[in-house]
Design a protein around this ligand. Structure first.
Ligand code: B12
Length: 219
């Protein structure tokens, strides 16, 4: 099963909106049972529904409480995919994924980390608002092959630039992936300021990256 039928999306969205976790779980369990891939489940169900929640929230058509509840339910539902994630052999590569300080949107970052794990990588997911000093300490103690940094809010762009500068000063050869909705806006000369920083706009591009690394045997 490779896509989510529109009718089932609507049923799911309506359950999510009213905070009916059990109905959402039953729908997701049905998709997993039917052999849905991780990418369509994450993008066509979870991401799409959170974007739709965001649109309603922006128009004051639903409350902050409903948005929080929908996000919390989604994060729980993502855990249902764990049996899918660890079926493949390990490939002896690892990725760390984090959001920089003051960046609280962590769901997309988690999806990216999970997709690497699906392909046999070891994933270290730090989540929202990660202090850069602590991240650097971790990366020195536990070398990883790639670092992923997620940015949703353009007002955190300077935080991200500062974090990348400090990380690359400490680990000049660590490849850095960036992504998130902030990059859909004008980020000025952001990418000219760094070497080895790559923007991937979707889980599809993330998967192509992982497959390419697999073919080349190196990042
Ligand atoms: C949930 C949510 C929150 C939650 C987040 C909680 C959590 N646990 O993550 C909370 C309540 C904290 C929050 C706060 C705020 N939010 Co908010 N939030 C959302 C909402 C509804 C969903 C976010 C989400 O999970 N999306 C789903 C994920 C899967 O999508 P994604 O992040 O785009 O990730 C995908 C890609 O971008 C990419 N990707 C993401 N990260 C990475 C990293 C790498 C390395 C790579 C390669 C790829 C990649 O892959 C992912 C999978 O496809 C969005 C609506 C929306 N459009 O997303 C608003 C939204 C992002 N928020 C918004 C706003 C305004 C805010 C606040 C400023 C509100 C306020 N006044 O306080 C604060 C800012 C907080 C902060 N400093 O970070 C606006 C941003 C508008 C704008 N253009 O800047 C949005 C778009 C809502 C809206 N329509 O107005 N929010």
């Amino acid at each position: 099963m490779e896509t989510i039928p529109e009718k089932q999306y609507k049923t799911y969205f309506s359950a999510l909106r009213r905070g009916d976790r059990h109905a959402c779980e039953a729908i997701v369990a049905g998709f997993i049972e039917a052999g849905i891939g991780l990418k369509p489940l994450y993008t066509e169900l979870f991401q799409r529904s959170l974007y739709d929640i965001g649109h309603l929230w922006e128009r004051n058509a639903l409350s902050v409480a409903t948005e929080h509840l929908s996000t919390a339910i989604t994060e729980r539902l993502m855990a249902m995919t764990y049996p899918m994630l660890f079926q493949r052999d390990h490939v002896n590569k690892s990725i760390a994924v984090a959001c920089v300080a003051n960046e609280y949107h962590q769901v997309g970052a988690k999806m990216v980390c999970d997709l690497f794990e699906l392909h046999g990588w070891n994933g270290f997911f730090f989540g929202a608002n990660t202090p850069v000093d602590d991240l650097i300490k971790f990366l020195i103690q536990t070398p990883t092959d790639v670092l992923g940094l997620s940015l949703s809010m353009i007002f955190n762009l300077d935080q991200l630039a500062e974090a990348i500068k400090r990380i690359q000063d400490a680990m000049p050869h660590l490849p850095v992936l960036v992504g998130g909705q902030a990059f859909m806006q004008d980020v000025g000369d952001f990418f000219n300021r760094f070497k080895a920083v790559r923007y991937l706009s979707s889980l599809h591009e993330v998967e192509n990256f992982v497959l390419k690394v697999g073919e080349l045997g190196r990042v």
